[in-house]
Ligand binder design. Structure first.
Ligand code: BMA
Length: 882
């Protein structure tokens, strides 16, 4: 490794154009967090409508500067930026070194001729970031024709984002604020390269199937000032001591090596739920033949094969669309990932680990890194590798048309190449996808100019995704699947390359993936939903918990339709839609339209919005899972959206900060590998169908017990039950029972009962495990619940050594949607939003780390509380450590 100077350790300052603000800065970091530290942003930028008043920051130019001594002389001196956000002019000692316009590229400049080397001389380095919003507008204006930017005023953002290669949602999105940060957002360093040094600038590692075995291709780019010495490259994989090298090529600054790895020599990497995630340490070292100098790079790799199977069926229209890993078809279960913060410097490895751990704990095996955000930091993919979370990785283009002038395409080509080389060693990545929804926008004419001249935008689309990104990806990473967009209908032929554009065939559900949203109809009525091969987006909004929302708002905002609430919900009519969906299922916790409610009513509104979101998402996800068997053969359910960028009403299942919404607890159940799923088939006169979905590679055979429990029951054994034997083949779904309608179902089990008098509980025992499901036969608008008299029966809890706390709740009558909240303690419950039954119900709280306080406040409520407008039952729990 040549000597380096880590520029992140230098003292930096940042100033605006007129120098009125001149403050210490952080590298890596961004302007907003610098301004927060200096007090120029007072308070939390996420507070209320602060994001609107802070918009001036994104309109200014900002100059970051530092200095460094000239204490090293070298033949070459490189300045390396791993990320500049975004419109940057880099100067050294007052002379321009270079200009960059892409947040997603790494830049290396040879600054040898500009550096001051005299002893005692001080070099001044500065990076000026021009306003991305202003640049976007100027560039768009100068472009020969209009390129629709997908702007929606409800998102309270800036225009023309499509002209700047910058995180698209930083211009505002339907779930996120517009801040437009700028800054040196990744590491920065100087590399001194002299005659005795070698420097690896890039190392791309491709693991691919080679017949029944694996191949490893390592491509190393390096720089050196060595002359007359050959470069020797060595690749070592821990545990695979005798790698067989099958080819080697060497150019002036590149070496490419191919190795063969017998399949029998490796332990495979598997997605979560299918096996272990074996990772191997790979070391690439470069040496000069005289042995004096060297450099090395480490990567963690895994061996697995990945195929995106798009094959015809013998007797039906369309093609399959599913991932086959190590020859096993996998039903992809998971969610869509957005940036975890508007300010990336606040996204720590700990936060990423908690969020991704939350995904695995909810039985997910895939996350889709959506194309409107950022290519995630290395830690994200390392954790996904470790946890077995497959990644559907998009290129950062979303919901817009994009320019295609030469400079833009060249910029994108560099970006795609860099990102693919950076990420391709990760076994977790199973797909590259060109963009989010741009094909749908194009083909179905989302924007006016497209309707007027579709040819222009179709040719542009082809240039960007088919002629620029696709060949770049295929050349570097030829075996990993690539699709040009999501949603996508596949291709008609490879040669000539011809896409089956989304609207160009009769049955879009029979090809590729779909995005489906329907906010108008009852979100639990699956009869209107699509029957796709793969559902890569679907969702409903809910509020964050009141505890979370309260932190960034004031009392005046606590109304479902308060101006602030409506402002922060960036989805048009989002609040009304939440209320509409609530009306299908529950009694409103307030009277009237929601413009004036009490604090308690608003608290209940937050809670109820989460109940609604959870049941709608459960219904839709189970619909896709039931379709796993032919004819639909649906093989994926990735809901919108995993996480939140701030505290607002959004589609997220996990709040900003990491608290699980009710949806995420439901996800844990609706993604279980063996699922009992009950639904009312409204297309068939309300027939109630009981299904078992089996994701396992083995047949499920077991006893299914169905119990009816009256809401008025006061003891745990006041139930009616029937039992049946079920058998379900591996990796399939099967209808195991059907009843003419809800009444038929109820009276079969409990002869004198009615649909509104109780609920059903299903439990399926197979081998040693059991799966349970709850079914409410009617909407809660019709049910009168008795007061369950919720209480905690354990005033003092023991924290077990692994950070687990056992809490118990006692009720007099069954209580649906029992919801626990814990204040100021970071962790998650093992279940939540469940039906408590008379007697003691145990819930475990597991802290992410050590439990901090010995007194924590836990509150619990149920639907009864919400509808009777009673406060949640709160208790201070003193935790003793075992
Ligand atoms: C899809 C996504 C996002 C959006 C979400 C909710 O269109 O791709 O762009 O945030 O729906 O509207």
């Amino acid at each position: 490794m040549p000597p380096i100077l880590d520029l992140t350790l230098r003292k930096w300052r940042v100033r605006n154009a007129d120098g009125k603000i001149d403050i210490p800065a952080n590298v890596p970091g961004e302007i907003h967090t610098d301004l927060m530290r200096s007090g120029h942003i007072q308070g939390d930028p996420y507070h209320r409508d602060a994001y609107q008043t802070l918009r001036w920051i994104g309109m200014e130019d900002w100059t970051y500067s530092t200095d460094f001594p000239s204490n090293l002389s070298s033949q070459h001196i490189y300045l390396v930026f791993d990320g500049l956000d975004t419109i940057a002019t880099i100067s050294l000692n007052g002379k321009v070194v270079g200009k960059t316009e892409n947040q997603f590229r790494r830049f290396i400049f040879d600054i040898r001729r500009l550096i001051l080397e005299d002893a005692g001389a001080i070099n001044t380095l500065s990076v000026t970031f021009a306003s991305a919003a202003k640049t976007a507008t100027t560039t768009a204006k100068a472009y020969p024709y209009q390129v629709p930017d997908g702007f929606d005023p409800t998102q309270n953002g800036e225009r023309n984002r499509n002209f700047v290669r910058k995180e698209q949602c930083s211009f505002g999105w339907d779930w996120g604020p517009c801040f437009l940060p700028c800054g040196i957002w990744k590491s920065a360093k100087l590399v001194y390269l002299d005659q005795t040094a070698l420097w690896i600038t890039d190392a791309a590692v491709d693991i691919f199937p080679a017949g029944k075995d694996f191949g490893i291709k390592v491509k190393v780019d390096y720089r050196t000032a060595l002359s007359g010495s050959t470069i020797v490259v060595d690749v070592h994989v821990d545990g695979l001591e005798n790698l067989e090298r099958v080819a080697e090529t060497q150019d002036a600054d590149t070496v490419e090596l191919h190795y063969k790895v017998p399949a029998s020599a490796v332990t495979l990497w598997w997605p979560a739920g299918y096996g272990a995630q074996k990772l191997y340490d790979l070391r690439i070292s470069l040496k000069s033949s005289n042995g004096n100098t060297e450099d090395e790079v480490h990567k963690k790799i895994g061996f697995r094969t990945v195929e995106l199977v798009q094959q015809p069926y013998p007797s039906q229209e369309g093609l399959s669309f599913y991932f086959r890993i190590n020859s096993i078809p996998i039903f992809s279960k998971g969610t869509n990932w957005i940036p975890a913060d508007a300010f990336e410097s606040r996204v720590t490895t700990t936060l990423l680990r908690r969020l991704l751990q939350s995904c695995v704990e909810a039985n997910m095996n895939m996350v889709r890194v959506w194309g409107g955000g950022i290519y995630q930091q290395d830690a994200f993919y390392e954790i996904c590798d470790e946890m077995g979370l497959m990644v559907w990785q998009e290129f950062m283009f979303a919901c817009a048309m994009y320019p295609v002038d030469k400079a833009f395409l060249e910029n994108v080509r560099e970006e795609a190449g860099y990102q693919v080389r950076r990420l391709m060693a990760h076994p977790c990545i199973v797909l590259w996808s060109g963009n989010n929804e741009n094909e749908e926008a194009l083909i179905t004419g989302w924007y006016e100019p497209i309707k007027k001249n579709k040819f222009v935008y179709t040719i542009d689309y082809h240039r960007l995704y088919h002629e620029t990104i696709m060949p770049t990806v295929k050349q570097i990473d030829p075996t990993r699947p690539f699709i040009s967009s999501s949603p996508y209908n596949g291709i008609i032929s490879e040669d000539p390359f011809t896409e089956r554009f989304l609207a160009d065939n009769g049955n879009p559900d029979a090809f590729g993936d779909v995005h489906y949203y329907n906010y108008k109809d009852d979100g639990t009525d699956v009869s209107r939903m699509r029957k796709p091969r793969f559902a890569s987006e679907y969702g409903f909004q809910a509020l964050p918990s009141f505890a979370t929302f309260r932190k960034v708002t004031t009392e005046a905002d606590w109304h479902p339709l308060s101006p602030l609430m409506v402002l922060r919900n960036h989805h048009p009519k989002g609040q009304e839609e939440i209320i509409l969906q609530m009306d299908y299922h529950f009694k409103r916790p307030f009277s009237g339209s929601g413009t004036s409610v009490s604090v308690l009513e608003f608290d209940h509104f937050c809670y109820l919005s989460q109940c609604v979101q959870a049941i709608c998402m459960k219904a839709q996800t189970e619909h896709y899972r039931r379709l796993t068997s032919l004819p639909a053969n649906c093989m994926g359910a990735l809901y919108w959206q995993c996480n939140d960028i701030w505290q607002a009403p959004t589609w997220a299942g996990i709040e900003y900060g990491g608290t699980w919404k009710m949806l995420h607890f439901f996800a844990k159940e609706f993604f279980e590998r063996v699922l009992v799923s009950v639904y009312e088939n409204t297309a068939e006169n309300g027939r109630v169908e009981v299904w078992v979905v089996n994701d396992l590679l083995e047949r499920v055979e077991g006893r299914l017990v169905v119990e009816f429990r009256p809401w008025m029951s006061t003891t745990a054994d006041e139930i009616h039950r029937i039992e049946m034997t079920v058998k379900v083949d591996p990796q399939s779904s099967s209808r195991v029972a059907a009843y003419a309608n809800v009444e038929d179902l109820i009276t079969t089990i409990a002869p004198n009962s009615t649909a509104d008098s109780g609920f059903l509980h299903f439990s399926l025992t197979h081998y040693e495990t059991s799966t349970t499901a709850v079914y409410f036969p009617t909407s809660f608008t019709h049910v009168t619940l008795p007061n369950p008299n919720l209480r905690f029966s354990a005033p003092e809890c023991k924290a077990l050594r692994n950070g687990l706390v056992e809490l118990s709740i006692t009720v007099d009558h069954p209580a649906p949607f029992v919801w626990l909240e814990i204040e100021d303690e970071e962790g998650r419950f093992d279940r939540n939003g469940f039906v408590a039954i008379p007697g003691r119900n145990v819930v475990n709280f597991r802290a992410w780390e050590e439990l901090k306080g010995d007194v924590v406040c836990v509150s619990v409520r149920s639907l009864y509380q919400a509808q009777e407008k009673r406060p949640p039952v709160s208790l201070e729990v003193s935790v003793t450590t075992a």
